[in-house]
Design a binder for this molecule. Structure first.
Ligand SMILES: Nc1ncnc2c1ncn2[C@@H]1O[C@H](COP(=O)(O)OP(=O)(O)OP(=O)(O)O)[C@@H](O)[C@H]1O
Ligand SMILES: [Mg+2]
Length: 323
């Protein structure tokens, strides 16, 4: 396993900037260990990305932190409050956008927001004005009198997020908020998340949109099979892989066989996609030399030759694959 867990950067219980502190958190469903002794802290005002493949333990973690499922062992504190013992205090501070919506299907958009406001103790005189503001800012004003069940998938998602913000939470947990959204709605949501951050809200985000997460998150955890396999700022994760690059090449009139390329000095792996050879290497210089030699000896031209680092998705797959 690659050691990408920047531990020194983390677990600072006495660091005032930490608003979520998680220690040894574990979740078992019968014999299945869904989350195994994870540790991390989330700093005030950051966008904290919690990434991992299907079944990695993301939702289980979010649900434990939000008091929606029992913690098997370990502990977690939010703004110093134990999430189990001081659940009432925690509930007031956090907003939750669950994987599947928690809103009432037969209530209108407006009534859903007003109801959530009541549930979260928003004073009566503030409820309506906050609901109106949220409907407008999420582009749902025209739909205020439409029942939740009659909204499209994307609009349901938007209202679910708006509802999570009705009580002005300091921390917003979002479990795959972009699932099922079109590119426009996704873009809007990413912008909304950045806006919330500007307003001082801390965001805990799980998503399968790895590229976007690497763009907007301040720090990222990658979890696999219940264990944290990487934690750091996006550039730290990328830098940790910087020795590893990809050499892209196209030969003319044809590429040598993939097996042949894979035997060259410095090559870790090769794939050929639509005529483009992608050569993974720790040593790009050697690969470039070897490719030049090969082209010369075979009397081939080099039509394209390019060296680049791993992009966010390749990095994610690499980290998860290695772990
Ligand atoms: N209520 C449950 N009872 C039994 N097993 C569960 C339950 N909830 C989750 N699991 C199992 O725990 C593991 C982690 O699930 P979890 O939902 O936390 O993953 P995830 O990272 O959110 O995945 P996804 O990306 O698919 O949403 C999986 O193996 C899952 O099948
Ligand atoms: Mg999930």
């Amino acid at each position: 396993m690659l050691n990408l867990y920047f531990r020194g950067d983390d677990i600072l219980e006495n660091d005032n900037a930490c608003v979520i502190v998680v220690e040894g958190l574990t979740k078992k469903y019968g014999d299945l260990v869904a989350v195994k002794e994870i540790n991390f802290c989330v700093r005030q005002g950051e966008i904290f990305g919690f990434l991992g493949p299907n079944g990695a333990g993301k939702t289980s973690t979010v649900r434990m932190l939000c008091g929606l499922t029992k913690i098997t062992s370990g502990k977690a504190k939010i703004y110093g409050y134990d999430v189990v013992q001081n659940h009432k205090n925690v509930k007031r501070i956090i907003g939750v956008v669950p994987e599947s919506s928690n809103l009432y299907w037969d209530l209108t958009c407006l009534d859903n927001l007003l109801f959530c406001g009541e549930m979260f103790g928003v004073p009566r005189e503030e409820r309506l004005s906050r609901a109106i503001k949220l409907l407008k800012s999420f582009g749902l004003w025209d739909k205020r009198n439409v029942k939740f069940k009659n909204l499209s998938k994307g609009l349901k998602r938007r209202l679910t997020i708006a509802a999570a913000l009705i009580h002005n939470p300091k921390i917003l947990f979002m479990d795959e908020p972009t699932a099922g959204l079109d590119v426009f709605s996704k873009r809007m949501l990413w912008n909304k998340i950045l806006k919330l951050k500007e307003n001082g809200v801390t965001i805990f985000l799980t998503t399968h949109n790895v590229r976007e997460a690497f763009e907007i998150c301040d720090r990222i955890v990658i979890i696999n099979k219940g264990r944290i396999v990487a934690l750091g700022r996006p550039w730290e994760l990328k830098r940790a892989f910087s020795p590893k690059g990809i050499v892209e090449a196209i030969f003319h009139p044809r590429n040598p066989k993939v097996e042949e390329i894979s035997r060259l000095r410095g090559v870790i792996g090769v794939v050929e996609e639509k005529g483009l050879l992608k050569i993974i290497t720790y040593d790009a210089v050697s690969v470039l030399e070897e490719i030049a030699k090969l082209a010369k000896s075979r009397r081939l031209d080099i039509y394209l030759l390019n060296v680049r680092g791993l992009d966010a998705e390749e990095l994610f797959m690499k980290i998860v694959g290695d772990s």
